[in-house]
Write a protein that binds this ligand. Structure first.
Ligand SMILES: NC(=O)c1ccc[n+]([C@@H]2O[C@H](COP(=O)([O-])OP(=O)(O)OC[C@H]3O[C@@H](n4cnc5c(N)ncnc54)[C@H](O)[C@@H]3O)[C@@H](O)[C@H]2O)c1
Length: 242
């Protein structure tokens, strides 16, 4: 049977590119997102293009919601081969003005969400002695980011969690890696810049730290899901120098 891949945040800018790229190489893609409409629309488009996609609503920060989503995947396919943790949020606010609720919100979705989704699929992967988990981190988790301390801290947490989980699950033949894209052209990134600044950003050549193209991310994901990388685990792949 074709591999079953859950992509959280699958309806978003990076997530939808991942879903499309994996559907093109005949993976069964589960678009798991809190944006139910966006996920359903993408699933419809992937199906029209000849792919296999299932849209499921989930709040990755809520254990019951995550278990309900993974339960539906098992019911439909009977297995989960790959989890890609892509759901994420960000706001722009200096530490001194940061409301506690905003800090909690970002950590809950970006960090706890990765833990809950990984935990939900890992038991099944351990039983099968096979599985791969890829977490979408950020260069900000390495370098920090002014006015985005909660976001940077959440991504640093994702990187440490990735390495820890990889060590825990290695004996079960489960690979856990993280990808840190540079700034990519999505709603999240555009929300953090004025139109003028965005034009400047677009003009920076990629080798000078400019935008990460989505096919850099999807190409790396395909590679990390290939047979060539079956002994690569616990690694952080930085796509731009942060
Ligand atoms: N765009 C960038 O420049 C960039 C750079 C580095 C890392 N990232 C990371 O890549 C990932 C995707 O970001 P993007 O730029 O595509 O953003 P995006 O806003 O386009 O997509 C994020 C997706 O996550 C979903 N989501 C939010 N909260 C959720 C929840 N509680 N449960 C389930 N889904 C939820 C949203 O509905 C959305 O579809 C994020 O983890 C982000 O931190 C983005």
């Amino acid at each position: 049977m074709a591999q079953v891949v859950i992509v959280t945040g699958g309806a978003g800018g990076i997530g939808s590119a991942i879903c499309r790229a994996l559907a093109q190489v005949k993976r069964r893609v589960v678009i798991a997102d809190c944006n139910e409409e966006g996920a359903a629309e993408l699933a419809g488009n992937i199906s029209k293009e000849g792919g296999d996609a299932l849209a499921l609503k989930v709040d990755v920060g809520d254990k019951a919601s995550v278990n309900e989503m993974t339960g539906k995947v098992f019911k439909r396919y009977g297995q989960i081969d790959v989890l890609i943790n892509g759901a994420g949020v960000r706001t722009i606010v200096p530490v001194l003005d940061m409301p506690e609720e905003q800090w909690d919100w970002v950590i809950r979705i970006n960090l706890k969400g990765v833990f809950l989704c990984s935990q939900a699929v890992a038991a099944h992967m351990v039983a099968r002695k096979e599985g791969r988990i890829i977490n979408i981190a950020s260069g900000r988790g390495v370098a920090g980011q002014p006015k985005c301390s909660h976001y940077a801290a959440s991504k640093a947490g994702v990187i440490a969690f990735t390495k820890s989980l990889a060590l825990e699950l290695a004996s079960n033949n489960i690979l856990v890696n993280a990808i840190a894209p540079g700034r990519a052209d999505t709603a999240m990134a555009r929300a953090g810049a004025t139109e003028e600044r965005w034009k400047e950003i677009q003009a920076i050549p990629p080798l000078m730290g400019g935008l990460t193209r989505k096919d850099e991310i999807t190409g790396l994901i395909r590679y990390l899901l290939s047979d060539s990388t079956r002994y690569i685990t616990g690694q952080l792949f930085l796509l731009r120098t942060p």
